[in-house]
Design a protein around this ligand. Structure first.
Ligand code: ADP
Ligand code: MG
Length: 651
């Protein structure tokens, strides 16, 4: 029988540390929260090696007396609550009394502190949980905590740490999340002795601007409302400032950063119709409510909380934003600022600029007489009256396409052209996975069919029967069945490959800017950009640090003359930041090319002339992976003839 025994304090602390301290940023979060709880008006944070080597937090708060120091680093010792009832009226950021004990267990930890009423302070060192006695030490009023070699005695945790850059990104984010709701407190953040943040005591709006970057904060829409004891205030960004992820959505509850899926959903709902799919609003929202209306003791790092009435909060947030949006003229705003905007939506507002840009990029990439999209579309072949092709049962890798499937009918066998069985043009297609039922037994047979039809197929002029439907899809005849082509996705892929070929041939001319363009970034964005400076330079995008939050773009790839250097830089940075590992040159290049291709390609909704359709289809044969757009969506679907025959009960 296994024997039950009491765990040692050291193991208990390590287990607690495992929950609370995931990475250097968790230490920073706990220490800075303690400083704020101590009433500090100034907090200086310094980290080295992303926090792995050293973390130091110095504050001018209330300090800790010599005799209290051992208690501060003891587990379950806190000055913030005393009784169980207090748990439901927590007014401080901390209350569990576990953080210092956990951190001291897994690092070399030094604390030095002095209260205002004592003539001198005290110091204590703890190495892997072993504390030396506290000794008197001269120091200013407040507390200094230094954490060296985090996770030195928990090597598995240490091994899981990411790059210095990534870890520092988390540290910086942790600081932002505390600094944002405490704009009156002066914070500084240094990384490897470089000043990353200098946040003087300021207003909330100024603080947001400093942390999130000028661009995000310039056109913020203030929100404010109060409902049954709950106050909602803060700012949301104009839809134009949307992001490709939800990282720029900040939600605070009584001064603490929290994450709440329901409220995030309410935010997305409020922006419905204002943003294209895949875009996320930017928001800085602050909820204030009596402590007893929320349970903050449900998550080890208190990131999640439980509201007494989540449903009411949801409606409160959604209602407030909707009302605000109704009284704010969003549309005019978009058009007024259309020229400085970045999203595809905004491009759509300025067809001339888009066409010009498209022309320019295509000219640059042109290696033959490919003209699709270059000419202004003349007589679009719109076949609105014709029967729409409505496949049922599209599934698998169709990328969640909008084809509906009727559950009452057996699914139509739907191949995508990346099926190894399907090669209308030799040499073009790369191996891929079939989106049809992988168990489908006719793959071998198909191979024969397409092989035998290849010769015949190539002899004919391609797709003379192709038509455009709904200004969006091209329906064409393939050797094996009906092809439905997404015109935007296909053109995007073709351009992507062309751009790539140009880059690989080393034909990237750079254009030096006469006047370097300043770009305001947030601290982690700036760090990421500078870290990849050389990679960016090899793409023709040269940058220089320019003090504070600003970076200067000094040159850019000349074929992108119509894309703002700032936009290019932001695109690449977004790519760097959303990747766990440092992206390689290839990944960065691809990201940049994808964006360009997407912007330059014909759009869904563009009518095409028959010549343009033919030209597009001819180009399809030459692109190495013409079946997917660079974003991975399929560009061509195939409806095999024998399946159609079956559906029409011909066989
Ligand atoms: P908690 O914050 O949950 O109380 P901690 O382990 O983070 O637990 O801290 C333990 C105690 O040490 C706190 O309750 C507080 O009294 C004291 N303390 C920690 N950091 C500071 C600081 N920077 N200034 C003053 N007191 C501090
Ligand atoms: Mg604490």
């Amino acid at each position: 029988m296994p024997k039950i025994h009491q765990l040692s304090q050291s193991i208990i602390n390590k287990i607690a540390a495992g929950e609370v301290i995931e990475r250097p940023a968790s230490v920073v979060k706990e220490l800075v929260e303690n400083a704020v709880d101590a009433g500090a008006t100034r907090v200086d944070i310094a980290v080295e090696g992303g926090g792995r080597d050293m973390i130091r937090v110095v504050d001018n708060g209330c300090g800790i007396g010599l005799e209290q120091l051992p208690l501060a680093i003891a587990s379950h010792a806190t000055s913030k609550i005393a009784t169980a009832d207090d748990l439901f009226s927590v007014g401080t950021l901390g209350f569990r009394g576990e953080a210092l004990a956990s951190i001291a267990e897994i690092s070399r930890f030094v604390i030095r502190s002095r209260t205002p009423d004592s003539a001198e302070g005290a110091e204590m060192e703890v190495v892997g949980g072993n504390a030396s006695p506290a000794t008197p030490q001269g120091c200013p009023v407040g507390t200094m905590i230094e954490v060296h070699n985090l996770f030195f005695n928990t090597p598995v945790r240490r091994k899981f740490l990411k790059t210095t850059q990534t870890e520092f990104g988390h540290v910086s984010e942790a600081v932002s999340r505390i600094a944002m709701p405490h704009p009156r407190v002066h914070f500084t953040l240094r990384h490897n002795n470089r000043l990353v943040h200098e946040l003087p005591s300021e207003t909330l709006l100024e603080r947001i601007g400093r942390l999130a970057g000028k661009q995000a904060s310039e056109h913020l829409i203030p929100v404010e409302s109060e409902h049954e004891g709950v106050r909602l205030s803060g700012y949301v960004a104009h839809p134009r400032e949307s992001r490709s992820n939800a990282k720029s959505q900040y939600l605070f509850l009584n001064g603490r950063h929290i994450r709440d899926r329901a409220l995030q959903h309410a935010l997305a709902e409020a922006y419905r119709g204002l943003l294209t799919t895949g875009r996320y609003p930017v928001a800085f929202l602050f909820l204030e409510m009596p402590a007893e209306m929320v349970d903050v003791n449900v998550h080890p790092t208190k990131l999640e909380v439980r509201f007494q009435d989540g449903g009411r909060l949801y409606s409160h947030l959604l209602g407030t934003l909707r009302t605000k949006f109704l009284s704010t003229d969003m549309t005019t705003h978009v058009e007024l600022h259309g020229d400085s905007a970045e999203s595809e939506r905004d491009d759509a507002h300025d067809p001339d600029a888009t066409a010009k840009f498209r022309q320019q990029v295509i000219d640059w990439a042109k290696t033959d007489d490919f003209t699709t999209g270059a000419d202004a579309p003349s007589s679009g072949v719109s076949v609105h009256e014709s029967q729409p092709v409505r496949p049922v049962g599209a599934r698998g890798a169709s990328g969640g396409g909008s084809f509906g499937s009727s559950p009452s009918r057996a699914p139509l066998q739907l191949h995508s052209l990346d099926s190894p069985a399907f090669r209308p043009y030799p040499g073009g297609a790369r191996g891929g996975t079939a989106i049809a039922d992988p168990a489908s037994s006719d793959v071998e047979g198909d191979a024969d069919v397409s092989a035998s039809s290849e010769k015949h197929w190539r002899a004919d002029p391609p797709h003379t029967n192709a038509i455009q439907v709904h200004d969006r899809y091209i329906v064409a005849e393939g050797p094996e069945g009906l092809l439905v082509i997404d015109q935007h996705a296909l053109h995007e892929r073709i351009l992507f490959e062309k751009f790539k070929a140009r880059l690989e041939e080393g034909r990237v001319d750079t254009q030096n800017l006469l006047i370097p363009e300043p770009v305001d970034l947030s601290a982690p964005e700036r760090e990421a950009a500078l870290e990849h400076r050389e990679t960016l330079a090899s793409l023709g995008l040269k940058i220089e640090p320019f003090g504070g939050e600003t970076i200067l773009v000094t040159s850019y790839p000349s074929f992108l003359a119509n894309v703002k250097p700032e936009e290019l830089l932001r695109t690449v940075i977004e790519r760097i930041m959303t990747q766990e590992k440092s992206p390689s040159l290839v990944e960065l290049t691809d990201g940049l090319l994808e964006t360009m291709a997407c912007k330059a390609a014909i759009k869904a909704g563009d009518p095409l002339s028959p010549e343009e359709i033919d030209s597009l289809l001819a180009e399809r044969a030459k692109a190495p992976d013409e079946h997917h757009c660079p974003h991975g969506r399929p560009s061509v679907l195939v409806f095999p003839c024998d399946e159609l025959d079956k559906r029409f009960k011909r066989t």
